[in-house]
Design a protein around this ligand. Structure first.
Ligand SMILES: C[S@@+](CC[C@H](N)C(=O)[O-])C[C@H]1O[C@@H](n2cnc3c(N)ncnc32)[C@H](O)[C@@H]1O
Length: 253
């Protein structure tokens, strides 16, 4: 998809340029208002897996003092920086420093700390073929790999008590494993907002054959939560997409 979209959140708006190879999901918009409400002002923010930069831009417009955009995909970082600038961040009257860095996950910000990390990572669980065909959608076998990795590696980037990680999480991506990972890493969890999202197993199979039945197997093992998809039931499946706040309550060890 190319062109421009306008997003609205909490009485504000932002305009985002899109690019064909940069992720955009219009269905996320209802969660941007609750995200903006979480920004207290003056936080140093990391937008991890920034795509076109929407999460960092929402935070910047809501009062963050700095936003660092990180993505493994160089065109995404470039687009996020351009979108931040076109929305008035990093220059002029609005005091918000903006930076971008390209690389794998937290490696580009090694040695830095943040008050608020925002993350909406790939989280479709599936067979190895999904990783081969759609690496940008693949979230490990159960979809939870990136969020668990974030919890496990968060010690260096959010060491301060009260520092927060705000993440988008689909309930088909192993909610129990993700919650356990954040709690074991010293965070208290709060679900701030959620919305129903629909999908079909056929859509998933179109990404990579076998992904639909893989999802059913995850659900049967208690590693995915969604309704629908039974052989004689509704073809439309429904999961929850939630905005979670993980607040540093203690340091493990
Ligand atoms: C679901 S998209 C979310 C994009 C944007 N934050 C949003 O909410 O619309 C996930 C993003 O994570 C990026 N990504 C995937 N693997 C990554 C990695 N290992 N390190 C950094 N970014 C990664 C992708 O390039 C993509 O831009």
């Amino acid at each position: 998809v190319a062109g421009t979209v306008e997003i609205r959140f909490g009485g504000r708006r932002a305009s985002l340029a899109l690019a064909p190879d940069v992720h955009h999901d219009a269905g996320n918009e209802p969660l941007y208002g609750p995200l903006a409400e979480l920004v207290r002002g003056n936080e140093r923010v990391l937008d991890l897996g920034c795509g076109h930069g929407v999460l960092g831009i929402v935070a910047g417009l809501a009062g963050a003092s700095s936003v660092t955009f990180v993505d493994v995909h160089p065109p995404s970082v470039a687009l996020a920086l351009a979108n931040a600038a076109s929305n008035g961040l990093g220059s002029g009257a609005r005091v918000c420093e903006v930076r971008g860095a390209c690389g794998d996950f937290l490696a580009p910000v090694k040695g830095e700390t943040f008050d608020l990390v925002l993350c909406n990572p790939p989280q479709t669980g599936g067979p190895a073929a999904l990783r081969e065909l759609h690496p940008a959608r693949f979230g490990g076998a159960d979809g939870a790999a990136y969020l668990v990795r974030l919890a496990e590696e968060a010690e260096d980037v959010v060491p301060d008590l009260g520092a927060r990680i705000v993440y988008f999480h689909l309930s088909r991506a192993n909610p129990r494993r993700v919650a356990h990972a954040f709690e074991a890493a010293g965070f208290e969890l709060e679900r701030r907002a959620s919305q129903a999202r629909s999908f079909t197993l056929a859509e998933l199979d179109a990404l990579a054959p076998g992904t639909g039945s893989h999802q059913l197997a995850l659900r049967a093992r208690g590693e995915a939560e969604f309704t629908g998809g039974e052989p004689n039931g509704s073809a439309v499946c429904t999961m929850q997409q939630a905005l979670w706040v993980a607040t540093r309550a203690f340091m493990p060890r």
